[in-house]
Design a protein around this ligand. Structure first.
Ligand code: HEM
Length: 197
């Protein structure tokens, strides 16, 4: 029975942890894009994003990470044989990368607050794909364990997933270009009005 409790709370933890990581990366993008705004909007937005990032990281994302790991330890305690299986070693390796990503986000909150972040919104969008990729790999490992499928259905699912992700990227790129054009047009109109007055 303990195994099912650990597993249920492990999955609750995973869902909340990823929700936090996905939203955090989105906030980083908005935070960096606030640079394009004029004052006082820029300072107000940056201050607000810092508050939101800290609350999300400290109140949801980190406790969810702790819950996931503690419940995982409980699962391994009830199923010690998993520790000798290759898929679990691979899973632990990818979870290590996820933990690195998690703590790097904590560092990035501090850098953004101090105005020392070197990332732009384009590279942050790529950074945002990290947890998605790790989620797919880790879930596949835990479901298929040692017998990863290589049949036609698998390749169809892989192709559909890639096309889905590519569509999202293209749409995001279109929105970014539209926004940049709007900002440039607004700046040009502002200049014209100043010259006319
Ligand atoms: C601290 C690292 C982790 C350890 C040691 C760990 C260990 C485990 C173990 C032993 C199970 C039970 C497997 C079974 O009985 O079939 C499990 C289930 C599961 N884990 Fe993890 N896990 C960890 C982190 C994660 C992460 C980060 C994710 C998500 C990306 C995740 C997703 C899942 C899922 C979805 C299940 C349920 C699978 C099923 O019921 O078939 N785990 N985990």
């Amino acid at each position: 029975m303990a195994y099912y409790w650990f597993k249920s709370f492990h999955i609750f933890g995973v869902v909340a942890w990823f929700a936090g990581l996905f939203y955090l990366a989105r906030l980083f993008i908005y935070h960096v894009e606030a640079e394009m705004e004029i004052e006082p909007a820029q300072s107000i937005l940056k201050k607000q994003y810092t508050i939101m990032e800290k609350r999300l990281y400290n109140i949801i994302t980190t406790p969810a990470m702790v819950l996931t790991v503690v419940m995982a330890a409980g699962l391994l305690y009830t199923m010690p044989d998993y520790l000798h299986q290759g898929w679990m070693h691979a899973k632990l390796g990818f979870v290590g990368l996820l933990l690195f990503y998690h703590f790097y986000c904590g560092r990035m909150i501090k850098q953004l607050e101090a105005g020392e972040c070197k990332w732009n919104s384009k590279t942050l969008r790529l950074f945002n794909e990290g947890p998605t990729l790790l989620l797919v790999i880790i879930v596949m490992l835990v479901i298929f364990k040692g017998q990863f499928p290589t049949g036609a259905t698998t390749w169809l699912i892989v192709a559909l997933t890639i096309s889905f992700l590519a569509t999202i990227q293209l749409y995001a790129r279109k929105r970014r270009l539209d926004k940049e054009r709007e900002v440039a047009e607004a700046a040009a109109t502002g200049k014209e009005q100043v010259l006319q007055s």
